[in-house]
Design a protein around this ligand. Structure first.
Ligand code: ZN
Length: 180
């Protein structure tokens, strides 16, 4: 049997703008030299919801995502509109588990309207794209980057995301090539 490169599977959880998901799926494939599938119709797991915090626990979402993998090398990238968290953090923008090969990006705090600003789809897409590239880089075991311009630079808020570029720096690119 011919060797087939494992895919990246983009999973919109709940109500997520499909045009944006589609555009993302088209654009991330070439960066990682992988084909990308979109898996629709999945809901945000109810058991991940924390009533007290009014947020969703990212680890539970990731453990659910692991079950939909077709093979262990496949990378799953979920997108949601919910506010997500880890117990030690007030909130997180994204989370990944490189052992399981699963990641999630939340749009909740990267929307302009969260800060009382007028909505701007171009900006949201760019942020989602950068977050997605960063998470998939983590899934490929590329350590966080110290170059603030690199898309793989750690960002904790919308402004950090906006100030970095959409591209991986040469050091990150080289690591990615080595791991292919
Ligand atoms: Zn880098």
């Amino acid at each position: 049997m011919a060797f087939i490169k494992p895919k990246i599977v983009v999973v919109p959880l709940g109500e997520v703008d499909f045009m944006m998901v589609n555009k993302l799926a088209t654009n991330i494939g070439p960066v990682f030299n992988r084909s990308v599938d979109i898996l629709k119709g999945l809901k945000v797991p109810e058991e991940a919801y924390n009533v007290i915090r009014n947020q969703h626990y990212a680890t539970i979402i990731l453990s659910k995502l692991e079950r939909i993998k077709a093979n262990h090398k496949e990378k799953i990238l979920a997108i949601c509109e919910e506010d997500i968290y880890l117990p030690d953090e007030a909130y997180i923008l994204a989370h990944s588990d490189s052992v399981a090969g699963t990641a999630i990006v939340s749009l909740y705090r990267i929307r302009q309207e969260f800060y009382g600003l007028p909505e701007d789809d171009t900006k949201i897409y760019s942020r989602l794209y950068k977050q997605a590239i960063q998470q998939i880089a983590y899934l490929n075991n590329i350590a966080g980057c110290r170059n603030p311009i690199c898309v793989h630079y750690y960002s904790t808020n919308m402004m950090d995301i906006d100030s970095k570029s959409e591209k991986l720096c040469d050091i990150c690119k080289r690591q990615l090539v080595k791991k292919k």
